[in-house]
Design a protein around this ligand. Sequence first.
Ligand code: SAM
Length: 485
Amino acid sequence: MLRRLLLKQASASRHLLSTKTPQSTSHPLLHKHLLFSSSSQSQTPQSTSVEHVDDADNNQASSTISIDRSCLYNPPAHSHEPTTDSELVKHLKDVIKFRGGPISVAEYMEEVLTNPKFGFYITRDVFGAGGDFITSPEVSQMFGEMVGIWAMCLWEQMGQPEKVNLVELGPGRGTLMADLLRGASKFKSFTESLHINMVECSPVLQKLQHQNLHCTDEVNTGGSVKNKTISTLAGTPVSWHASLEEVPSGLPTIIIAHEFYDALPVHQFQRASRGWCEKMVDVAEDSSLRFVLSPQPTPATLYLMKRCKWAAKEEVEKLNHIEICPKAMDLTHIIAKRISSDGGGALIIDYGLNGIVSDSLQAIRKHKFVNILDAPGSSDLSAYVDFPSIRHSAQEVSEDISVHGPITQSQFLGSLGINFRVEALLQNCTYEQAESLRTGYWRLVGEGEAPFWEGPDEETPIGMGTRYSAMAIVNKKQGIPVPFQ
Ligand SMILES: C[S@@+](CC[C@H](N)C(=O)[O-])C[C@H]1O[C@@H](n2cnc3c(N)ncnc32)[C@H](O)[C@@H]1O
């Protein structure tokens, strides 16, 4: 999600444009605002604060860590007073109760986001101005189009195979894939090679993706043969899966993961006098959820040790808090193995750091930061992506793959030609469409507040071009992917 810096942009609107479709009014003056420098490589400053929960900026005052020395494995009896707890909170408390102790932040995050009944992503459409956050594909059609160009270039480098699995991990509303297919629809040999595989855990979002890809279901009455779903945007077959492992192997594969890694559950560790302790979620005596520290090493400590080995000693020494994401490491293993055996590559775009992540987990509801433990299931939880950890995880499974980046999103989109694309779209558009293109472009590749903005302050477009990074994992046979050369 275009988190912190997109909070002002809840009203962002998106107009779908085609260079082929003439529009009624053009507004050439708006061109002048588009060609700003967009290649800064600055990294988001990393918080090393131990007491992050008291950070006013995070608005998490009530989640102070208290070290529970007495009753980590002997939780207080729960009140039998009637409560107004949501079903998810009841479930979390049950898990803690039956486990006989607190759960990790990662387990909490996983339940909150993807619990099959009550999870944040499972129950509704959380995107856009009316939802909780907005993502790059929702900001502008150009994002999906540029990712499409990247996929086509890789397909060329793969020798234009006749059949390819195009996989998207966590496709949200399906907007990126829809824009990719629309943009690529003229390149028939590419689109005809594709089988689209959407990896999505939410039935609500699967339905939305089906709609947005303009799918038709060809019902097969023959019995044994499965029904076929076709996206009419480019005549490509589409399938849905709950995980990457379910996507059939054996075909060259292109994998796209936009804002997927940041939704994977992170474990948090805090340095204490007795060493690194894992931060856990427990039930307090007043029946609220609270953080406690583990009294002894937890299984995730093994991953912490592994992550620290990949870092310089000095990098670890200066940190009092570390986040690690074993699920990201495991997913990267699966991606790297698949690409090594089937050929192809993966593109990962997310916000994150080119180093260890200290303390980044945040909760967002209705475009505002809220307490991580507040009304779980009603806000999004996400964490910065640790790009070096992805690189090391990929490299440890196979010598047949190479890892490229991270580079900034503005470098990535700029090298793929977003400037030319926006100029082309601006040739034929209405005033409103031009404004939407201009602000969308800035949000994708600019840095900080848009200097050209003349509207209300609270709607100032914020550029995320250096906050987001792109990384590619490819089979070495494919050479170096564009634009990572
Ligand atoms: C932050 S959203 C990003 C959506 C989309 N890529 C975009 O940029 O608009 C995360 C997406 O991943 C899906 N998701 C999260 N965890 C998942 C999991 N463990 N397995 C499958 N899908 C998951 C969510 O339902 C959602 O579609």
